[in-house]
Design a protein around this ligand. Structure first.
Ligand code: DC
Length: 223
């Protein structure tokens, strides 16, 4: 496989995108990035800097701070570094999940990350998962997939993941967060969550990750 290949996996939260992107990255020896973690990193930064006042974001302060923000995704561990601190655990906290869709709806934030993501792909190709990868970030990606799954299945998966991370949350909280995020992610003006016309759609509700992986490999090989 050509080393500059770009594989885009978009879709709803907790449909297995990152897990499968990691598996493809290993299979084809191409770097991987979970683009959602970058939006989470910016949200964490805004929270820690006190840019949310009574839950209202000071957009000007965030805009000024973006230039000095250093986000690095470690391909080996799948970890995210924010100005050299490993924030992989913190970006999964509920206070980040509750605000990340509002941060991701800001055009200035999307433009800031768009350039970074394109730059990352220019060297060795990329397997990347997100919401707008096949539509906006890499409209010419070599392979595009769009994952869906039933809401309850997604909420159960995310709940189990968070419990494994030791987080104190309930199934209802996780479910409500997914409902709100789906709504904001799909209805925002800039780069909303949408299937690219030329993406393969896969419903992962009843499939194991091995089954989805086999399906992806078959589609990639057939192209
Ligand atoms: O994949 P995730 O749940 O960690 O993503 C967190 C949020 O980031 C999600 O609610 C929407 C946003 N996001 C986005 O708008 N565009 C992307 N390419 C990736 C994530």
């Amino acid at each position: 496989m050509n080393s500059r290949i770009v594989i885009a996996i978009d879709g709803y939260a907790s449909t297995g995108k990152s897990t499968l992107a990691k598996m493809l990255s290993r299979q084809y020896q191409i770097p991987f990035i979970d683009s959602g973690s970058l939006y989470r990193g910016i949200t964490l930064y805004a929270l820690e800097k006190g840019f949310f006042k009574d839950d209202k974001l000071d957009q000007e302060a965030l805009s000024e701070a973006l230039g000095g923000l250093n986000l690095r995704f470690d391909n080996e561990t799948g970890g995210l570094y924010l100005n050299a601190e490993n924030v992989s655990q913190k970006i999964r906290l509920p206070q980040v999940s509750d605000r990340v869709s509002n941060i991701a709806a800001l055009t200035m934030v999307r433009e800031f990350l768009l350039h970074q993501l394109r730059h990352m792909a220019s060297e060795n190709g990329l397997v990347i998962d997100g919401r707008d990868i096949g539509t906006v970030v890499f409209p010419n990606a070599d392979y595009k997939f769009f994952f869906t799954a039933r809401l309850e299945v997604r909420a159960r998966r995310r709940y189990e993941e968070l419990k494994a991370l030791g987080q104190n949350t309930t199934f209802e909280e996780v479910l409500n967060n997914l409902i709100v995020r789906d709504q904001i992610d799909s209805s925002r003006e800039t780069a909303p969550l949408r299937k690219a016309d030329d993406a393969f759609e896969i419903d992962t509700s009843k499939l194991t990750k091995e089954q989805v992986f086999a399906d992806l490999l078959e589609k990639i090989d057939a192209k």
